[in-house]
Structures are given as structure tokens and as C-alpha cells.
Design a protein around this ligand. Structure first.
Ligand code: URA
Length: 209
């Protein structure tokens, strides 16, 4: 099974409560998702390795810490992943970005891939896959299959909400990929929505239905 970390920082939990509320506006939902992405990005990157590099301040030369190794990759599962991606890029503007277009067929709940564009050299880079909702985990596992086919060997998965069913499926398929979430909710309904959840994250971000 994958390791699962619930990011229970009070600011994350407070903002998540407002996002879940069906009365929250589209603009408010989008802003909160971006703010939570900042806080989650901070947590998911807290163990990145540093190296000392020489710099010159206006006063003196010094050795100062900087993130070591190749640039990170953020992989957004379209379209709702882009809400988290924007906040992540605020904190790590030099990150490379992969876009993975997958939607779930509303009848079968199976993932249908329609777009994949990623940096060519994924090997030995930390890749953080983002999607607000880990529901059935069908899209997440398909996205990670694809990244692994392209050489990815160091992946983390970041979501806002996870269903126990999704965590189980994800852990059986990609036990090497740690999951970071703000909440593990009760269950999935018959249509594959997370209960109590927050509804359709993409619709709430973009005002579609
Ligand atoms: N995707 C969503 O946007 N919401 C859910 O509850 C499940 C999947």
C-alpha cells in the first residue's frame, strides 16, 4: 500500500470547510483552492534535499542553501488539477509542467485519455501529480501508468479529498507512490462522487455543469 499523509494544518482544514460549502462562490472556490495549494505544496516539498551554493550578497560572499537536483515536475490531471497547479507554480515557478487530459466516462467511470504532454526527461526528477479529487482513482492510476512508461521513477500524488475506495485502489496499483491529502472522506456514491466531498471540483472551479 502507498503511504497516505493527511495534511491537517488548521489553515488547510479551515479553507477546505469553506470550499465544501455549497454556498461558496466560484471565485471564492478558485481562490481557496489556490491558497490551499500553497499550503499543501509547502508540506509535500518539505523534505527536498538542499545543497550549498556560492552567492554574493551586497555585503559579503557566502555559501547559501538551494534546492538540489533536477527541476521538479508538476503533473496536472486536467481539468481540475489546474486549480492546484496554479498555486503550486506560485511557490515553485521554475517547475516543469506535464498536462494529462483524462476524463471519466460518466457511465462506466473508466478513464478516457485525450491529451498527454510532459517534459521529455522524467527520470530522476520528483514528479508531483495533482488532482483535487481521488475518487475511484481510475484517472490517477492511468496518469501515473503513463508517467512511469515515460521513465518517471519518483512520484508523489497530491489531492484535496480522497475516498477510502480510491486510496485502496491507488495503493494496490502504485504502492510506491505516496499520497498527500487534506481529508479522507466517508465513501463514494454509486456515481463515483466523494461523500460528503465538495461536488464536482471542475464544475465548481469553472462554473460549468
Ligand atoms: N471528481 C469530482 O470532481 N468530485 C467527486 O466527488 C469525485 C470525482
Amino acid at each position: 500500500m502507498s503511504s497516505v499523509t493527511v495534511l491537517d494544518h488548521p489553515l488547510i482544514q479551515h479553507k477546505l470547510t469553506i470550499m465544501r460549502n455549497k454556498e461558496t462562490s466560484i471565485a471564492g472556490f478558485r481562490r481557496l483552492l489556490r491558497e490551499i495549494a500553497h499550503l499543501m505544496c509547502y508540506e509535500v516539498t518539505r523534505d527536498l534535499e538542499l545543497e550549498m551554493i556560492p552567492i554574493e550578497t551586497p555585503m559579503a560572499e557566502m555559501q547559501s542553501p538551494a534546492i538540489k537536483g533536477k527541476k521538479l515536475v508538476f503533473a496536472s490531471i486536467l481539468r481540475a488539477g489546474n486549480g492546484l497547479l496554479d498555486g503550486m507554480l506560485d511557490l515553485v515557478p521554475a517547475a516543469r509542467v506535464a498536462h494529462i487530459g483524462i476524463y471519466r466516462d460518466h457511465e462506466t467511470l473508466e478513464p478516457v485519455e485525450y491529451y498527454f504532454k510532459a517534459p521529455s526527461n522524467l527520470e530522476d526528477r520528483l514528479i508531483i501529480v495533482v488532482d483535487p479529487m481521488l475518487a475511484t482513482a481510475n484517472s490517477a492510476t492511468a496518469a501515473i501508468d503513463k508517467l512511469k512508461e515515460r521513465g518517471a521513477n519518483n512520484i508523489r500524488f497530491l489531492c484535496l479529498l480522497a475516498a477510502p475506495e480510491g486510496i485502496k485502489h491507488f495503493g494496490e496499483t502504485h504502492p510506491d507512490v505516496p499520497v498527500f491529502t487534506a481529508s479522507i472522506d466517508s465513501h463514494l456514491n454509486e456515481k463515483g462522487y466523494i461523500i460528503p466531498g465538495l461536488g464536482d471540483a471542475g464544475d465548481r472551479m469553472y462554473g460549468t455543469k
